[in-house]
Ligand binder design. Structure first.
Ligand SMILES: [Zn+2]
Length: 292
């Protein structure tokens, strides 16, 4: 309730308005969803289209490489969705209605199968957070104990099917989110290489896609992943690091703003304007002990 009120007050404080007009005007904003419903997406896209110019990730990259970023519309915004959850299929008519050239990041070892996302296994949230911090081997060992394995086919699917991807191919832009959604910096080098290289190859072979972008699972990466992704032939990679993108943002560390899948419009507008992230980073840096 307090949170809702805070977003509501911030929304009408004019701060997001000035952030849009003064800071975002010449920058490219990339937002990230996961499992947004068609109803929420409709409300969000209506609000966003009034205030931003929605472009595709491809348009942004082309403008970056041609040095024509200044030709992009002001307040350019890119919509992305991570994981390729099966419910993303329901967004097809919404993308069409609002002309949203969204990018959906797929896990090549899960899309088109009945395999599950490891983080969607029945776990309490503290365990899920813990598993993101331990080594990849340890994570898989622990998941095995609760009946999960990466290649196990379950009775029901969680990801988009081959047919759904085929049907959406001309509307959405499908890119890579690795093979099995491993937390890359926790993997051996060999495993990280496989997750990044094989995903691109599989998505191209299995689904006939043209893959040029990678979204690091959980937004986690290190210098090693930047090197692997660029040698695997990707043109860019997306993080969950907060901020906007300009001609100076490193292409393998593109910044995104996470949006809650059920956010009210006030929350959406405050977050997308960067005001919320800016305030949060201030609070965090104050809390951090000196020298860190
Ligand atoms: Zn993900």
């Amino acid at each position: 309730m307090i949170r809702r009120l805070a977003f509501f007050l911030l929304r009408f404080s004019l701060v997001p308005f000035f952030a849009r007009e003064l800071i975002q005007r010449k920058k490219v904003t990339i937002i990230a969803y996961h499992l947004v419903s068609p109803e929420v997406a409709e409300a969000h896209f209506t609000a966003l289209r009034r205030r931003y110019n929605i472009i595709s990730l491809r348009d942004f990259l082309n403008a970056r490489s041609n040095g024509t970023l200044d030709k992009l519309p002001p307040k350019a915004l890119i919509v992305t969705l991570d994981d390729g959850h099966k419910s993303n299929y329901l967004l097809k008519p919404v993308f069409q209605k609002y002309s949203i050239p969204a990018t959906i990041f797929l896990c090549s070892g899960i899309a088109g199968t009945n395999r599950h996302f490891w983080f969607a296994t029945h776990l309490v949230d503290t365990d899920r957070q813990y598993l993101k911090r331990v080594s990849d081997e340890r994570r898989l060992e622990m998941l095995e104990k609760v009946g999960f394995s990466e290649t196990r086919e379950f009775a029901t699917r969680q990801a988009l099917s081959q047919t759904e991807i085929e049907e959406m191919k001309n509307i959405a832009d499908f890119q890579s989110h690795t093979v099995f959604h491993s937390i890359l910096p926790r993997c051996s080098k060999q495993r990280s290489v496989r997750e990044i290289w094989q995903s691109r190859r599989d998505l191209e072979d299995k689904f006939g896609l043209s893959v040029y972008a990678l979204a690091y699972p959980n937004g986690d990466y290190s210098n090693r992943e930047i090197e692997i992704a660029s040698s695997a032939g990707y043109e860019c990679a997306l993080t969950m690091d907060f901020g906007f993108n300009s001609r100076r943002t490193p292409l393998f560390q593109l910044r995104r703003i996470a949006v809650n899948d059920d956010a009210a419009v006030s929350e959406l507008l405050v977050k997308v304007s960067g005001v919320w992230g800016f305030l949060r980073e201030r609070v965090r840096s104050k809390r951090k002990p000196k020298g860190e």
